[in-house]
Design a protein around this ligand. Sequence first.
Ligand SMILES: [Zn+2]
Length: 449
Amino acid sequence: MSNAREHFLETVLQYRFNPDEPGSESHWSPELDTAPRSGLREIQSEKLVAAIRYVYECSPFYRAKFDALKLKPADIKGIDDLGKIPVTTKAEMARNVVEHPPWGTYSPIDDDLWSRRGWMLFTSSGTTAQPRPFRYTLFDRDMWAWADARSLWAMGVRPGDKAFLAFGYGPFAAFWGFQHGLNRIGVPAIPGGALDSKRRAYFIDTFHPTVLVATPSYCLFLGSVMQEMGYDPAKSSIRLIVSGGEPGVCIPATKRRIESLWGATLHEMYGCTEAAPSAGGCLCHAEVWNERPNTHLLEDCQIWETVDPETFEPVPPGQRGLTVATNLISEGSPQLRFLVGDFATFTEERCACGMTHVRAIGGFQGRADDMLNIRGLTVFPSAVEEVVRHIDELGDEFEIVVYEEHALDCLRIVAEPRPEVPASRHASLVEKIESEVRAKIGLRPEVEL
Ligand SMILES: [Zn+2]
């Protein structure tokens, strides 16, 4: 093993407190979770310096970026020097994969190491043709279990719970992390992969899991399937939902719908395939009751920044920007200043739960990639979602269509009235959607029911 790799992994392990069991009833790693902010910065600095030596030595992609700027690992002496490192974008990584197929060189892992100590391959879910691959190791699996256990513990998951994971167990990273994090706490997992929704509903009714892990849109869908089958999800054994992968948890109307449908609290896990392992972020048991809850990030695991969408210059807490992560705990994917690209506003205020780590105010508002630009106006699909799901007479599903008419971009929203809503109400529903969307985004949409 190279010196730099060995030193980095040792440094990571040095700060992995409470690896197997919680340190207190309220916090899994109390020393880290409630550390003073100055202490957190010291940990970040030490890990960052070790990570940069490692990445410079073992990742040709990053070495080339450093060399092009005549930047040496020794120039980064701590977190205050972070800004000297340029931001890395998904497009750069995608180009790197095309130039060096099939893996690219942004990972400090090679075939030999991965075939001996590898754990899994995850790929980006992006819309580009060639997926960006990320090879994670057994070291990462262990860190993942620990970091996710911390997040799940902050939500209130405890021994005695049983979790049902409603996802396909495919190359999408997040749910595999949940699986190992739950097991680290001592919570068994009931896998819902390769089961259709009716079978999943039957599993919930029969095996009585208390925790449901699923995307927000799937929570709504699975709940409606249960109702069609004659079960009431609100009376089911589910008491807590862990969700991620979509902005739904931060959209008040969607959160309210899911929580009342299931009679359970809805918690966000936030992260990305590129800078795992670890959820990165979690919605704790204290914040979950707020209408616009703030989501925690684990700052000893990753350095989180928000940057200006145009210049990529860091913006201060309290100002909206795009999320950037520097991963401090991964052997397989220790990315430096990776542009995750979700809009967020950070606060450094201590949370009621006692955690001192930075939080995203109102959670994560959607990925910049999802943003539409219509006649010069910025339109987030989440804004339309908030309007549609706020109207009780409408179903959960909706469609946003952008089309061109006389060389102008136009917006059409297709929504579904609930079956019990009489046709005589439809015209006023159309009007309501039109005016509420217009008030939110400044553009009058065409509405179709
Ligand atoms: Zn909290």
